[in-house]
Ligand binder design. Sequence first.
Ligand code: ATP
Length: 327
Amino acid sequence: MRKKLLRRTKVLELLHKNSADYLSGQELSKQLGVSRTSIWKYINYFKEAGYKIESSSKLGYRLVESADILLPEEIDLGLDTEFMGQNIIQYDEVDSTNQLAKEQAENNAKEGTVVIAEKQVAAKGRVGRKFSSPKGGIWLSCILRPDLKPVLATRATYLSSLALAKTIAELTNLDPKIKWPNDVLLNGAKVSGILTEMGAELDQINYLIVGLGINANIDKKNLPVEVQDRATTLYHELGQKIDRIKFVQYLLKFIEESYRQINDFNALLEEWKKYAYTIGKKVVVSSARNKISGIAIDIAEDGALILEVDGQEKKVYSGDVSLRHQN
Ligand code: ATP
């Protein structure tokens, strides 16, 4: 299933495997079938990225410590996907990964291309709201090209929130919940926001950008004061840092798995509902134009939230959900 490892990734793999000892330049060049000068360049690439690698002209190279960054080669090493994340573009600091992914998509980047950054300085949530993205988080945007009508684009938000909740459930003992339409919560506080954006013709999606912002290894006090009471981080919930590389590997795998079900939305929804926070609860959904109160009873096949309002069913397509006092 996996594509052949790129040479740079292969070098990293060998360095990891042999970290107890030195790996000679000669051995590396033999295993990879490239010159020792090329090996030296590969090693320098990792050093410049912040990896601590001891070099000795006699003994060769030894990996002392990896850098705490989401390096594509590192993600690639344990990535079990066919297309999701097979092309990863990584930055230290960006305005917004969604914006960069959009540019990539406009330039015909392949489906599954991922833009990832250590920090975003101008990230946006829905309706242009600021999304704080300090160092330590996971800020990534995926390019999808589903064969779907634009009205069904919200399916991407469902499949990615599901994938994210599954990743948290798989890698931690936490109990993630999804608040309709786009937030993943831990103990009632938001740990992640998801923003799906679209490039489309009237009747056909050209591309979708699914941006996921995850408060991973962030101290809660490094989030803006005004969101601290509603937000949380994995670090805050767990009391320890997570392996961000592993997290991204699982997340991309689960996104790919759920994406395969995009045309069988009912099956996807059934799984999604296991994590639903909103369903069964009394809610108020507010949008710029109005406010509707009711009981959230289900999700429709078109992704709408179905509310029971005065004994009648009403579909809501977007808005902010707040829970009413449950009694
Ligand atoms: P809400 O989170 O209020 O339900 P929303 O779903 O529309 O709103 P998003 O589009 O996901 O929100 O993101 C924007 C909002 O998220 C901001 O208005 C702010 O309240 C909150 N926020 C910003 N940065 C973070 C963060 N790193 N973690 C959690 N919440 C954040």
